[in-house]
Design a protein around this ligand. Structure first.
Ligand code: DAH
Length: 339
């Protein structure tokens, strides 16, 4: 008889049920008034004395196992029903959900932010509508300075003091006016120039400005920072700095990255040289530091500025800058997989 009970224990342990009725039938079979357990209990008096102890133990084990089984099956059933209540039928085929995508300008902007934030740069912003001081004068471009012509400016109505910023360098000025060195900041944003729209240029575009001010900052720091950036963004580790001119930096340089000459596209976009210009940079002119309330005898620093469209066009091989602003879903949908 003891073996028989043990057989029942094994059966109970391996039992499984999916519906309420099945569980109830199981409960009645074992634990009901006329169930198996009660049958065994009523046999108890007929068991020889020397076996009573062991018989008692196994019959109790059968009882607790059966009860535990019934409870756990009920719990499981309740849980499944709760989930179904909230989520519906989890096994049904999914509905096709239309997911959106980030704009390629945002994707590239976020990548640039990520790369610089990894080396301690924060993100700062300034207004798109600027005054003459922040966009020009503080940046060493006084009135009548010929370099103002480099950037065809949109003015607001007839007030020549208020304009749409022509570059994000204006944010440098604002940042230095409001923060003490050490400064490490990048400033992404929209800029405006009164230029004819073509495949290569637009009157609205985006830039990222970078600014690093501290004690003893050198041109070597600038070059190393830019090299780190080009490695991270393009996976290219050869750059060159060509002497150039910007009123707000001295010395100034333009940065070329070695793109290579492996494909026909490489030949075309680099005009057969393998080199591509990606940004302007330089050591912040002492006059600019002074204009922003920073002592050039104590501090030095570098700045750089790049166009986001240009970089996005390189990374995604986009031929026409106008694509960015036309909101053509056939174009935008191609960026779904990017973050
Ligand atoms: N502001 C320049 C432009 O719009 C780009 C630039 C060049 C920014 C050199 C800088 C810099 O900070 O150092 O063309």
């Amino acid at each position: 008889m003891i073996d028989k009970i043990k057989g029942h224990i094994a059966e109970v342990e391996s039992f499984n049920a999916k519906t309420k009725d099945e569980i109830e039938a199981f409960r009645i079979k074992y634990l009901g008034k006329k169930g198996i357990l009660n049958d065994f209990f009523s046999e108890f008096k007929n068991v020889p004395n020397e076996q009573k102890k062991e018989f008692g133990q196994v019959i109790n084990e059968l009882k607790t196992t059966a009860q535990a089984k019934v409870n756990s099956l009920k719990d499981e059933l309740d849980k499944n029903q709760e989930e179904k209540g909230v989520y519906g039928d989890l096994s049904r085929p999914a509905e096709p959900v239309e997911i959106g995508s980030r704009h390629p300008i945002s994707i590239v902007k976020n990548q640039i932010i990520e790369i610089f934030s990894n080396i301690g740069f924060n993100v700062s912003e300034g207004p798109e509508m600027e005054d003459d001081w922040h966009n020009f004068t503080a940046l060493n471009l006084p009135e009548y300075h010929p370099a103002r012509d480099m950037q065809d400016t949109f003015f607001i109505q007839t007030n020549p003091d208020i304009l749409l910023r022509t570059h994000t360098s204006s944010v440098q000025v604002r940042y230095m006016e409001n923060n003490k060195p050490p400064i490490r900041t990048i400033s992404p944003g929209r800029v405006f120039r009164n230029e004819a729209i073509s495949a290569r240029s637009h009157c609205i575009f985006h830039q990222v400005e970078g600014l690093y001010i501290d004690k003893d900052v050198s041109f070597a720091d600038l070059k190393q920072t830019i090299l780190y950036f080009t490695k991270q963004l393009f996976g290219k580790s050869k750059i060159r700095l060509r002497p150039s001119y910007f009123p707000f930096t001295e010395p100034s340089a333009e940065v070329d990255v070695y793109w290579g000459l492996e494909t026909e596209t490489d030949y075309r976009i680099t005009k057969g040289t393998g080199w591509l210009e990606i940004m302007g940079c330089g050591m912040v002119d002492p006059n600019v530091l002074k204009n922003c309330g920073i002592d050039p005898k104590e501090y030095s620093g570098f700045a750089f500025g790049m166009g986001i469209e240009r970089i996005a066009m390189l990374l995604y091989q986009i031929e026409d800058i106008r694509m960015f602003y036309e909101n053509d879903l056939r174009f935008l949908e191609q960026f779904k997989s990017a973050l």
